[in-house]
Design a protein around this ligand. Structure first.
Ligand SMILES: Cc1cc2nc3c(=O)[nH]c(=O)nc-3n(C[C@H](O)[C@H](O)[C@H](O)COP(=O)(O)OP(=O)(O)OC[C@H]3O[C@@H](n4cnc5c(N)ncnc54)[C@H](O)[C@@H]3O)c2cc1C
Length: 379
């Protein structure tokens, strides 16, 4: 029997497995019910030779040098800087909403008045949250805040979450800043990029350690049974450590109820044009059922005459055939997760990752959390 079992070969599972294998020199079994590694970051080339992110566009960014250096052991980077447009009032405006966006949707006179007021109030290259603008004493800045809230934020949020922002914890809804300046980059983090050969290749490198045994197409819940006195694997009580990156409600038979998640349908299309749109991501806050379109050639440039795009249609996670993509963070759902986390502790199961910890982690935060979990294990 393996002393460590990691359920899930996504980024979180790969980091913790790699650390245990390389730093503790222990054998680790990594299981995933999917037919591939890398979980939600999974990417692969399509029939046009374009590297496609199969579960939505994934752009890596971090302020954390430890995370960046750690991942850089397993990949080279393409130093891509992400740009996003939004379809607003018939125009493709840059996000975050900035001086360029104002020039596109307002008259020259109004745009210049707003820019001057923003510069005086907050200073060049600052990011001001729309709610702060909405609460401003200045009538024009209030107008700007309300415009961005209405045209960029609220309908996107309603589509994405199927709920009003007030119904959720603040960390769940997207943070919508107005940028005081002309910097069109979506992220300004110190380290940004995408793995040169893709996320799958990077995760493959992590899992290639000789102490790691990988089993795909293997659902842990089909091998394991949670009994009153412990977790049994193929009929035998397991006394090692289980690191679980799946959903705790499912592991424990939904005994405290279901944890809510949002899911997505991805719809891929190939077009016989060099480029379909002006940036890797275009948001459609106010039109259509999809939230955004991703065009992968902007992220991973390749010399082909065709292009592949992906529409993202948000939906509620309802059946076991859906994927759990975004934890819906409310006071109640967090309280339910805490009950499951207590139970996990009793069973010596370590919940990990975006789904396991029920947190809205980006990839950097997922890696950070996995490194932290490893440090606790190694103590
Ligand atoms: C649409 C979308 C876009 C995103 N874009 C970005 C982005 O641009 N930048 C960014 O930094 N982050 C982004 N993220 C977040 C990023 O995907 C996650 O932070 C990261 O992938 C989390 O990895 P994980 O290993 O924790 O979870 P996952 O990738 O979900 O991996 C968990 C794995 O566990 C497996 N599993 C679960 N239960 C079982 C079981 N019972 N038996 C066997 N296997 C099981 C699953 O099959 C899965 O492969 C995005 C997420 C989504 C959904």
């Amino acid at each position: 029997m393996f002393k460590y079992i990691v359920v899930g070969a996504g980024l979180s599972g790969a980091v913790v497995a790699e650390r245990i294998a390389s730093q503790l020199n222990e054998k680790v079994l990594v299981l995933d019910r999917k037919p591939h590694i890398a979980g939600t970051c999974f990417d692969s080339k399509d029939e046009n030779g374009i590297l496609v992110h199969r579960y939505g566009g994934h752009l890596f960014r971090t302020e954390n040098e430890v995370v960046w250096s750690y991942l850089s052991q397993f990949t080279d980077w393409h130093y891509y800087q992400h740009r996003v447009l939004a379809w607003v009032d018939g125009k493709m405006v840059p996000l975050p909403f900035n001086f360029n966006s104002m020039d596109m949707v307002f008259s020259a006179e109004l745009a210049s008045k707003l820019k001057e007021k923003l510069l005086n109030a907050y200073g060049l290259n600052t990011k001001v949250h729309v709610t702060k603008l909405i609460q401003s004493d200045d009538e024009d800045l209030r107008f700007l805040g309300e415009y961005v809230y209405e045209k960029v934020f609220i309908h996107y949020t309603l589509k994405q979450w199927g709920r009003r922002p007030e119904e959720m914890e603040p960390e769940a809804t997207i943070n919508v800043p107005v940028l005081v300046g002309k910097d069109d980059r979506y992220y300004t983090a110190r380290f940004q990029g995408v793995p040169r050969q893709g996320y799958t290749q990077m995760v493959q490198q992590m899992l290639s350690h000789k102490n790691i045994k990988l089993m795909l197409n293997t659902d842990f819940l089909e091998l394991a049974e949670v009994k009153a006195d412990g977790i049994y694997i193929m009929g035998k009580k397991y006394d090692g450590t289980i690191i679980y990156t799946g959903s705790l409600d499912e592991l424990f038979g939904y005994r405290f109820g279901r944890l809510p998640f949002r899911s997505l349908d991805f719809c891929f299309e190939t077009h016989d044009v060099e480029y379909y749109q002006g940036a890797a991501t275009v948001h459609y806050p106010n039109n259509y059922d999809f939230t955004r379109i991703i065009e992968f050639k902007h992220i991973h440039p390749v010399d082909v005459k065709r292009t592949t795009i992906c529409f993202e249609y948000p939906k509620e996670y309802t059946t076991e055939n859906d994927e759990r993509y975004y934890p819906v963070l409310t006071k109640e759902s967090k309280a339910t997760w805490l009950k499951y986390a207590d139970l996990a502790r009793e069973y010596h199961v370590i919940p990990l990752g975006r789904v396991g910890e029920f947190k809205y982690y980006n990839m950097s935060e997922a890696v950070e959390s996995a490194l932290r979990a490893f440090n606790d294990i190694a103590k």
